[in-house]
Design a protein around this ligand. Structure first.
Ligand SMILES: Cc1cc2nc3c(=O)[nH]c(=O)nc-3n(C[C@H](O)[C@H](O)[C@H](O)COP(=O)(O)OP(=O)(O)OC[C@H]3O[C@@H](n4cnc5c(N)ncnc54)[C@H](O)[C@@H]3O)c2cc1C
Length: 400
């Protein structure tokens, strides 16, 4: 698959790699030690540099100022960017903004595109996606209590959301809310754009996660929407199409996440091998002479390579036939690659011993920040079940 890449993509990948290695890796550790809003100043300079090199918003179509990449092509770029913690951010192709850009391009009215999509694409503002609620199982997204009521030329939003990633400092949220309670389960909800300065938008807190509350882009918020009134024109897509749009967004979104994880795995693998080859256990013996470490390296190598092939194959299928056709592949990579990421990070951390626990390497950052991979965008168990049900359907098993 990689051999089929065009000359243009190969060159782009080289440029991105050079940017990652020369511009981002030298500053990454320092940036992680300071609060996000402080780091944002340096990140802004890096964004300007990325723009000047023609690398900014690579995922966008050419007509929107991007590089017009297919999902398969972007996947490879995404892997390279993921080797450094702020890689996607500096090219403005980070979740959840990337998904929101794609959503607004396809489904927002022109006025919304002008007011919100344009500054988002230029990196002038950030956004968030607000769907999960503390009182309902996010794994079953049709269950939610947030409502969006049409009143004249307004929509009034009331509800309680949490885990709205990057809401702190975002300019708007795309909120999933019930607009049509009497419709069938998958047609009850719609997506509404709510500016975060709307009266009644209360960011209650950034939720402390694994000892870190975070701020700005590195945070997950609990939000109360209390009689938030927005123009009816802030409806994204058709009324009742919320779940359809969410599904549409999730296919490519899972490719983005999975390739990011492959990139993180590669960096952790590199660190693990370096440590194994250089850490002396005695005058004659290095860590890498031990068979256990060798097993971890061999297993990790193959698991990462398998992950990449699976993700690229799924991306190609989405490019050619759409997300629906690729739904089994998407479920498969979502749980498989998330677990490879957990194993590779854990092995790399263990190989570093006590050093791996410290914040002197990137491993502890990823270990904390990426545990959520097995939960968000569908927990492992849901994807495994969906894949198995789809397979068994072919054997005649009827749904319960
Ligand atoms: C880091 C992070 C970032 C997030 N960002 C966002 C965001 O930006 N916007 C947003 O709206 N949400 C976000 N979420 C929320 C995420 O989408 C939900 O956590 C996810 O959908 C799971 O829902 P839940 O937490 O309510 O778990 P529940 O639905 O309560 O499930 C709990 C556990 O039960 C098990 N389980 C659930 N269903 C099944 C099943 N069918 N079969 C077997 N076992 C099952 C799984 O092990 C699951 O982990 C984020 C979550 C995390 C961790």
């Amino acid at each position: 698959m990689i051999n089929r890449q065009s000359e243009r993509i190969r060159k782009l990948q080289e440029d991105v790699q050079e940017f990652v290695e020369k511009e981002m890796m030298p500053v990454e550790s320092e940036l992680l030690k300071i609060p996000f809003n402080e780091a944002a100043v340096v990140l802004q300079e890096k964004r300007s540099l990325a723009k000047s090199r023609g690398l900014f918003v690579p995922h966008l179509p050419g007509s929107y100022g991007g590089l017009g990449l297919s999902l398969l092509e972007f996947a490879s770029i995404s892997e390279t960017l993921a080797r450094t913690p702020f890689g996607h951010y500096v090219l403005n192709c980070q979740a959840p903004d990337i998904g929101n850009m794609e959503l607004l391009i396809k489904h927002a009215p022109e006025a919304i595109k002008k007011a919100y999509l344009e500054p988002l694409m230029q990196g002038g503002i950030r956004s968030c996606f607000s769907m999960t609620e503390p009182s309902f199982a996010g794994s079953n997204p049709v269950s939610m209590a947030t409502t969006a009521e049409f009143k004249g030329d307004k929509i009034i939003i009331n509800g309680h959301k949490w885990f709205t990633t990057a809401a702190d400092g975002a300019s708007f949220a795309i909120v999933m809310a019930i607009t049509d309670p009497d419709a069938t389960a998958y047609q009850r909800a719609s997506m509404v754009l709510v500016p975060t300065d709307t009266e009644g938008f209360h960011l209650k807190r950034n939720i402390p996660i694994m000892g870190e509350t975070g701020e700005g882009y590195h945070s997950h918020a609990e939000i109360i929407y209390e009689n938030c009134s927005v123009p009816a024109g802030n409806l994204i897509g058709a009324r009742g199409s919320g779940f359809k749009l969410a599904q549409e967004r999730l296919g490519p979104g899972r490719i983005h996440h999975c390739m990011r994880w492959v990139g993180i795995c590669e960096r952790a693998f590199d660190m693990m091998c370096h440590r194994a080859a250089t850490r002396s256990l005695s005058d004659e013996e290095k860590l890498g002479h031990k068979q256990t470490i060798q097993n971890w390296i061999a297993e990790s190598r193959v698991e990462i390579d398998a992950s990449r092939m699976l993700v690229l194959a799924a991306a190609e299928k989405i490019d050619r036939f759409g997300s629906r056709e690729a739904k089994n592949d998407i479920s498969g990579i979502k749980f498989y690659v998330a677990n490879v990421l957990m194993r590779v990070l854990d092995r790399a951390l263990q190989t570093h011993g006590a050093l791996g626990m410290t914040d002197d390497t990137l491993l502890s950052f990823w270990y904390r920040h990426e545990r959520g991979a097995r939960i968000y965008d569908g927990p492992d168990e849901v994807h495994k079940s969906a894949l198995a049900r789809s397979i068994l359907k072919g054997y005649g098993l009827k749904p319960k």
